[in-house]
Design a protein. Structure first.
Length: 128
């Protein structure tokens, strides 16, 4: 996931298409690719937001790759990667983070392996 060049993610099992808008909480086994708009919380093994993606809500996953826009908190056990056109407005809880040149992160980051491993749980991002 954190390699230079092409980012490797697991096989995509579910897609929210570019012309789609989903409102409500979404729970997916495997990898979810978002091309459209999601208003609500996302829980999945891995989440990939393409450049056209917009999420207004929290994302909880093992791995999160952001090429689009997120307005919400991110919790990821394995890591968060914000790509050159990615924008996150919210807090991040993870044990690994990568923000590429041109990527934006407006919020606090908590780097904690112990807390990130419990990322599947509910609750606020803890204070450092």
């Amino acid at each position: 996931m954190f390699s230079r060049g092409a980012q490797k993610v697991d096989k995509v099992e579910s897609i929210i298409g570019g012309q789609s808008e989903f409102t409500g909480d979404l729970s997916v086994k495997g990898t979810l690719q978002v091309d459209g708009l999601v208003k609500g919380q996302i829980k999945a093994d891995s989440v990939v937001l393409t450049e056209s993606a917009k999420v207004k809500g929290d994302i909880i996953a093992h791995k999160i790759v952001v090429r689009g826009r997120v307005e919400g908190n991110l919790k990821a056990e394995e890591g968060v990667e914000i790509m050159p056109k990615g924008k996150v407005i919210g807090d991040v809880l993870t044990n690994k983070i990568s923000v590429a040149e041109g990527g934006e992160l407006n919020g606090k980051v908590v780097m904690s392996e112990r807390e990130a491993k419990s990322a599947k749980g509910e609750g606020e991002i803890p204070s450092p």
